[in-house]
Design a protein around this ligand. Structure first.
Ligand code: G3P
Ligand code: CA
Length: 271
């Protein structure tokens, strides 16, 4: 009987469903379409992404503006801080021409439209690019659109913003984004070193966040991953456009991988 035990255990594992890593489209399918536009979001859904990631600021009129950079220069053609624009002014920008002529006139989307586009069973990762002052307006938009823990995750580098989300929207899942310099990168003068894994676990647990969403350059070991999991935290990774790097993180056991190329990456990860 004892001899048969390993075979029995193997057979039991073979019946468990294989949980595939989720693919998150970074700013939509941003390799093929202009980032943070409805064109990129719709393409990401067509490409089979499990989720779309999108970035938000607070405009001068207190409304939410979907945008990545601090200014509109690179992707909107106007050298003006996003915080100095009203939502209507941001929506008057051409957010598509910088990518390719076929996207000319593509608008900065409303977060409401991004939410309305989410297919059943998929989700939007909303990245807060500013401080906690955005949370009341975010709460209003989520309430108006029927957004909930079913289809929304809030992510941010700004820990205080996540703490405020936990206070005002306690049912929502929150992930803390933490960057790490590449191994060969020179530390910028005055730049703070990244936190340790233990510090991240302590901070995320204290705020009752759902987990960590780490830059792919983190030199994480399997025992770090075990510690993160043992603390009851999820682990996610961004932004991976390299198949070997994606496989390494998948094998470490991340829940999701954020990429600019959802369809391509899914193909690369096919067993
Ligand atoms: O998904 C996280 C990732 O989007 C953070 O970096 O600069 O692309 O917003 P960034
Ligand atoms: Ca982002």
């Amino acid at each position: 009987m004892l001899m048969r035990l390993p075979a029995l255990i193997l057979a039991a594992f073979a019946t468990l469903p294989v949980v595939a890593v989720e693919i998150v489209a970074h700013r939509g399918a941003s390799y093929d379409a202009p980032e943070n536009t409805l064109a990129a979001t719709r393409l990401a859904w067509e490409q089979g992404a499990d989720a779309v990631e999108t970035d938000i600021y607070l405009g001068r009129d207190g409304k939410i503006i979907v945008f990545h950079d601090k200014t509109a220069k690179r992707t909107g053609g106007r050298d003006v801080p996003i915080a100095d624009l009203t939502q209507a002014e941001a929506r008057a920008l051409d957010a598509g021409s910088w990518k390719a002529p076929q996207f000319k006139g593509e608008k900065v989307p409303l977060l409401e439209d991004q939410i309305a586009s989410i297919p059943a069973g998929k989700r939007l990762l909303v990245e807060i690019k500013v401080g906690p002052e955005i949370v009341p307006e975010l709460k209003r938009v989520f309430a108006a659109t029927g957004a909930s823990e079913r289809n929304i995750t809030v992510i941010s580098f700004n820990y205080d913003s996540l703490v405020e989300v936990r206070k005002q929207l306690p049912s929502l899942k929150t992930l803390w984004l933490v960057g790490h310099p590449a191994p060969d990168a020179k530390r910028a003068p005055g730049a703070k070193p990244p936190p340790t894994v233990a510090e991240m676990i302590r901070a995320a647990t204290a705020a009752r966040l759902a987990g960590l969403d780490l830059q792919h350059t983190w030199p994480l070991t399997p025992s770090d991953v075990q510690a993160i999991r043992a603390a009851g935290l999820e682990l996610h990774v961004w932004t991976v456009n390299d198949a070997a790097v994606a496989r390494r993180w998948r094998d470490l056991g991340v829940v999701s991988i954020t990429t600019d190329r959802p369809a391509w990456l899914r193909e690369q990860l096919r067993p």
